[in-house]
Every structure is written in structure tokens, then in C-alpha cells.
Design a protein around this ligand. Sequence first.
Ligand SMILES: [Zn+2]
Length: 418
Amino acid sequence: MTHDIWLAWVVIAIFALHWATVLWLEARQRAHVLRNQSQVPTAFQNEVSLAEHQAAARYALSKSVFTSWTTTASLIEAVCWTFGGGLSWLQSTVSHGLGDGLTAQLTFVAAFILIHSLIQLPFSLYSIFVVEAEHGFNRSSLSLWFIDQIKGLVLGLILGLALLAGVLQLMSQGGTHWWIWVWLLWMSFQIVLMIVAPRWLMPLFNTFKPFEDEHIRPRAEALMQAVGFKAKDFQVMDASRRSSHANAFFTGLGTEKRVVFFDTLLDKLNAGEVIAVLAHELGHFKLRHVTWMFITQALVSAVFLFGLDALQSRMEVLSVLGLEAASGQGRHALLLLSLYWLLPPALFFLKPLGSALSRRREFQADAFAVQHAQAPDLRNALIKLYKGNSSTLTPDPLYVWFHHSHPPALDRLRQLHV
Ligand SMILES: [Zn+2]
């Protein structure tokens, strides 16, 4: 009994610390943005007007307030599911009708995902149709948004439950080293996803077309050839259907790898700037950033599964969180609890490390880009990106250190020496 109470307190402390840290960082971000909103930073005075700078500040404030509310709501939801008895109720309801076999376990998880998605729905609606819309970014209609949600949910359930069925089988029949088998399954799943997603899954949501500007295309091809980039090359995505945010990214594996530009970005850039951004994305490819991210993920998931193995021999954690720990049958519940409530706070406190690595990679890709394109072009493209997305030019340094995968505009321009 004392053991149970001790464990319960550890879990409560982790929940609370996670929540408090998020809110504290958001409060810092808002204070910093407010303090700096009356003046455009010197480096941007020629390109960014005071009105634009203040619009970016208002956008940053809205997003920050919204994040604080959703984090609080998530905490309340987590408490309801665990200490409030939600999971226990769901488990007894499912096992009442279906027993304790694999079907019952999968039904339990599917029912949880459905209810959780329903709870998230109003927040998603608010973020698109209030926060994004108020700042002029939303272009999605209610029907498109609704279809997206259904597609995402169906796809998630099909892929997630197939994977989960495999994982549960391995957990019960894989012997002492089950977690190594699960890890191999998970990594294979990731590799297949990297190949399949650009070809089959992403086109379910967007249309991808080869980049066909007759003036820029030959320059883009020459650049791709110079850096040894073959495969599916350079594509344009119709992001403007949903939002006016602009971006570009590198995705895929093997013959499926490609650089994708949002159409909203192409609208804003001239030929030289397109080439500079393409060079940046090719930098991610050439410097093997995707491979490194994959290796990092492999390590994190191995540690997670090893931890899960340790937890499995201490099933009392389940009863602390409001679930019956019938021998050998709580695996699906343990998996669910770990994935939804133990892993996110743990990953949250590792986030500064991931963010720092990511920002380093952005600097490296920028440095690569200026070897293959013009530095002033990259500078102008970056300013248009930060400006077009209303990204604040004055984020709180600690907030950046913790959350931002991309360095602040000022730091990136400084590194370009232009
Ligand atoms: Zn990048």
C-alpha cells in the first residue's frame, strides 16, 4: 500500500511539473514579446514595418494563451482518465462484453483513441477557425477540416491497431527479450512509413506536382545534380487549400525522397530565393540529417521499451493509475498509459536537447546553402518566410532554447554574414 502511494505521488509530481513548466515558459514568452513589441529589431528595419512586427506579436500572444489552455485541459483529461477512474471504467465496460483476449484489448485502445479524439476536437476547431483565422492564416473550410479529421482518424486507427496487434503478440509471446522484438517491429514500421508516406499517405491530404517553372527548373536541376540528389526530386504541394503559412521540407527514403515546397512559399519567392531555399533543403539531405534523426529515434524508442520492460514487472503502477493489474492482461493498458502519459512528460524534458540538435542542423543546412546559392537570396527568402508566417522576431531566449527547432531569424541572418 505504501508502495502504491509512493508511485502515485511520483506520477502526480511528473504531471504537475510538466504542466507548470509549459505554463511558465509560455508566460515568459508572452512577457518577452510584449516588452519588445513597440520596436522592430534594427536588423529588420528595412524589411519589416512596425505594423507587421506588432501583428506578429499579437499572433505569438494568441498562440501562447491557446497553448496554456490546451495544456491545462490535457492535464485535466489525464487526471480524469487515470485517478478519476476513466480507464478503469472503459476497461470493465469492454471486458464485460468482450472478455480479455486480443480483440478486447484492441477494442479498449480503439475506444480510448476515439474518445480522446472527440475531446481534442473542440481545441482543434478553435485553433484553426479562431486563432489561425483571426490572424488571417486559415483558408480551410469546415467541411474540408471535418474530412481531414475523419481521414486522419481512420488512417491512424488502421495503422495504429495493426501495429498494436503485433506489439501485444510480441509482448505476450516474445519471452524475456520481447522488447527487442518489439523494437525491431517498430523500426521496420518506421522505415516502411518513410517510404510509403510520401507516395501513398501524404497524397490523401494534398496534391503533389512536379515543380515546373520553365525559368527556375533548369537551375534547380543543375543544383540537384551538383549535389548528387536523384529520386523523386522537387515537388509543389497545394498547402494553400488549408492555410496561407509557407514552408518547405525534405522527406522520404531511398527512391522516394523529395524536396517539397508549399505553393504558398513559391508565390512569395523570386527565382534566386527558390534556389537558395532548395539548396537549404538539399543541405538536410546531403548532411544526412534524416538518417541522424532516425538513429536518434531508434535510441529513444529502445530506451522507452527497455523502461517498459522494467515497468511490466511492477504492474502495481496500473492499480495506482486506476486499473486492475490482472496478471499478464494489463499489457495493453500499460502500453497505453506509457505512450499517453509517461512518455510525453519524459520526452518534454528531453526537448531542449532535441531542439538544440535541430537548430544546429538548420545552421548547417544554411551554411551548405550559401555554398551552392547566393547568401543574399537566402537572407531575403528567410525574411519573407519569417514575415509571411508572422513568426515573432523577438522570442524569449529560454523559450527558444526549450521549444524551437529553428533558430530565431536574427541568429540565422547573423550567421550568413550578409
Ligand atoms: Zn531546414
